[in-house]
Design a protein around this ligand. Structure first.
Ligand SMILES: [Zn+2]
Length: 461
């Protein structure tokens, strides 16, 4: 408790010294203390940031608080630093909402920033209020330094990225305030990743894409009857046989520009057989044995291909009746360039039974891969190597989803980039005792400042 009070006091003093810009630590403390879970919403946090940006010298017309009329608690803040008009703006995205946290599960109050043993604890420190702070103070610093980028630099702090939301800020802003957030390039730290393993900093990722998901239903039906008179047309058997064929099926290897580069670069972090297998995939020279070895490991298998797996099953209606119906849900995680129609066609072939009907339960939403341009890779490499010369930049396709799906679906190239180094074996985002290293946080603030300057400082399309 003493520690928390001490942090607040020193942060306030530091804020005063820096003039009208809060220290990263002080701003993080303010944001963590505001509960922005689904029930509370993000308007309070958006208003707090609005005040800080105005105090930092931004003109009111460049600090737009945008609140959907039908969702007053789901406010967003969009801040613009004007450039010289040499290309479309660079837009940084940061969600303000956090996942629920139950204080009784935590070692500290999740809605109070607490420092302990070199760590900062609090809900959202790594997903993603820490990054929100990094973007906010970097933009304020650029403003205070009188910096004019080549093109406009925009940061949107948005609502409702996490599950359970009903007013996603990025989606809403793109649909209703397109001019305010229109850009030629999006950076979304939420989709980024900076990996540490056994204390060694390994990579800063550039996420260009996400697998899309689509769910199908498989259904077998029959007229049924009394269980004392079994028939060969039992839908449970029919469905089981189809599922068994699916269980052993592997979609063909389908590498994208991103995953090919991922394997080539990832190889340099590995040893022995794994290293040569990954390098071979990256070079396009992998033999079936190498593919087999990589397919046997979940993490590499999902990078190689589309996957479909059974997630739910139900059937029958009485213990003494032949089933009239058996049904399974199949969820597929699809390589971005593949169409849902091609996945359905593949399923039909694997099921190989016209009496097992296939239907779409949840259709896929288009989410194209953003082109991994040499310019974006170089910008991230230069920014990374200024601090960590040995850390590689790793292109990534992620299996999960974030707000970049909205910007990608309207045609804005979007990249997940973040240098808040976190232990790959101890990920606590969404979990209990979410934390970030004191130094890692400070370094991410510094990285974000330099990345913003580098990207907005260069003319663009
Ligand atoms: Zn997040």
């Amino acid at each position: 408790m003493v520690l928390v009070v001490g942090v607040a006091a020193s942060a306030a003093v530091a804020a005063e010294k820096a003039g009208s810009i809060p220290t990263p630590r002080a701003l993080l403390e303010e944001l963590i203390d505001l509960n922005t879970t689904h029930a509370y919403g993000s308007t309070g946090a958006a208003k707090l940031l609005q005040e800080r940006f105005l105090a930092a010298g931004f003109a009111p017309q460049d600090v737009s608080l945008e609140i959907p009329e039908d969702h007053p608690s789901k406010g967003n803040l969009v801040v613009r630093l004007h450039g010289r008009g040499q290309g479309r703006p660079v837009l940084f995205l940061g969600h303000l909402d956090v996942v629920e946290a139950r204080p009784e599960d935590w070692s500290f109050d999740p809605f109070k920033l607490t420092e302990d043993g070199g760590w900062l604890y609090g809900r959202g420190v790594i997903d993603m209020k820490g990054q929100d702070v990094a973007m906010a103070v970097s933009l304020m610093r650029l403003k205070q330094e009188g910096y004019t980028p080549a093109r406009d630099l925009i940061v949107a702090f948005t609502a409702d990225e996490e599950a359970g939301g009903d007013a996603n800020g990025v989606d809403w802003l793109l649909r209703t305030h397109r001019a305010l957030v229109d850009a030629g390039l999006v950076v979304n730290p939420d989709g980024g990743e900076a990996g540490v393993k056994s204390g060694r900093k390994l990579y800063v990722a550039v996420q260009t894409s996400e697998k899309t998901f689509v769910s199908f239903g498989l259904e077998a039906t029959d007229k049924g009857g009394h269980s004392s008179r079994p028939t060969a047309d039992n839908p449970i058997y029919r469905l089981s046989a189809a599922l068994e064929r699916l269980a052993t099926y592997r979609f063909p290897v389908d590498l994208t520009a991103t995953t090919r580069e991922y394997f080539a670069r990832r190889a340099t972090l590995e040893q022995g057989q794994l290293r040569s297998d990954m390098a071979a995939v990256g070079a396009g020279t992998a033999d079936p044995a190498a593919i087999e070895r990589l397919s046997a490991v979940v993490e590499t298998n999902i990078m190689l291909r589309t996957t479909c797996t059974a997630t739910m099953i139900d059937g029958g209606h009485a213990e003494n009746a032949l089933p009239q119906r058996a049904r399974a849900t199949i969820q597929c995680r699809v390589i971005p360039s593949e169409s849902p129609e091609s996945i359905e066609a593949a399923l039909r072939k694997v099921v190989a039974d016209p009496l097992v009907a296939i239907s779409t339960i949840t259709p896929a939403k288009p989410n194209p891969e953003s082109v991994l341009t040499p310019a974006i890779v170089k910008a991230v490499e230069d920014t990374t190597h200024e601090t960590w010369p040995d850390v590689i930049v790793l292109p990534e396709m992620s299996a999960g989803a974030d707000d970049s799906r909205y910007s990608r679906s309207v045609g804005i190239p979007s990249y997940g980039i973040d240098a808040m180094f976190d232990d790959l074996d101890d990920g606590r985002a969404h979990g209990r005792d979410e934390r970030i290293g004191v130094v890692a946080f400070q370094q991410d603030v510094d990285f974000t400042y330099r990345l913003m300057k580098r990207l907005a400082g260069a003319a663009g399309p």
